[in-house]
Design a protein around this ligand. Structure first.
Ligand code: IPE
Length: 248
């Protein structure tokens, strides 16, 4: 069984305080990950490490910068967070190793991502837990743009033939109009109105984009909060199950 797990930036950092790890939350997540014997690829978001540097230099997933200081500021902050995540996992006995997307990935002018994944597959086969992160990425005609953790999940899940995908964020699942967790989503139409309609844009990687991306995967995905991470890793389907019906 292979699992791709995204830890949202707001789960592992204190989002309001620049470059501050939420030590208690990260340590709990590391404990939960240490409990599973499955092959896991971890992807974490930016939280208070990536986003304010990206905002300072005006960089998003579509608007780039050619300022090397901007690239280094965003990438450097994300490497510091990645180091904290890898260290927390290592301290709990997880065979975690860092993988930095900026060193390998690129985008075409139309935004299409090219992410080499051989090293991730090989690391998994050798028993490691690769830990990737949202980052900056070389982007033809834009300089460098933000690469979100959600995009990495969508690229990695088919590349490692993931059986399950978990998206752990600060909400307990995909919420409907009343704030109730939606149990299961099999098509975007079912939730379009609750999520603000199919035209809603969310370049920041909000729920609309997440759900659309997860529906396109062959792996069944779960969206849940930190309190359900251990249940997810034990094989449960907490929060919202997103299953677009595609098979591997
Ligand atoms: C953002 O990654 C990475 C940078 C800002 C460099 P995500 O968009 O996946 O981060 P979170 O999970 O929303 O914080």
């Amino acid at each position: 069984m292979t699992i791709v797990l995204k830890l949202g930036g707001s789960v592992v950092t204190e989002k309001e305080a620049p470059e501050t790890v939420d030590d208690a939350a990260l340590s709990q997540a590391a404990d939960d990950i240490a409990e599973t014997d499955e092959a896991v690829v971890v992807v974490h978001g930016g939280g208070s490490f990536g986003h304010h540097h990206a905002a300072e230099y005006g960089v998003s997933t579509t608007a780039g910068t050619t300022n090397p200081a901007g690239v280094s500021a965003i990438h450097g902050a994300m490497k510091r967070l990645n180091d904290a995540v890898v260290t927390a996992l290592t301290e709990k006995g997880v065979a975690a190793v860092p993988v930095h997307p900026f060193s390998a990935a690129s985008r075409d002018a139309d935004g299409t991502l090219d992410l080499p994944t051989n090293q991730v597959r090989t690391l998994l086969a050798e028993g490691f837990v690769p830990v990737l992160h949202g980052d900056v990425v070389a982007h033809r005609s834009e300089g460098a743009t933000v690469l979100s953790g959600d995009e990495l999940v969508v690229e990695l899940a088919p590349a490692v033939e993931a059986d399950r995908v978990g998206v752990c964020s600060t909400v307990p699942g995909v919420l409907d109009d009343d704030g109730t967790v939606i149990d299961r989503i099999t098509a975007f139409d079912e939730v379009a109105s609750a999520l603000g309609g199919s035209d809603a844009t969310d370049v920041s990687g909000g729920m609309v984009g997440k759900v659309k991306a997860l529906l396109s995967l062959a792996s069944t995905a779960s969206v849940f909060g930190p309190e359900a991470l251990s249940a997810f890793l034990a094989g449960d389907t907490p929060g919202t199950t997103v299953d677009g019906g595609k098979t591997k």
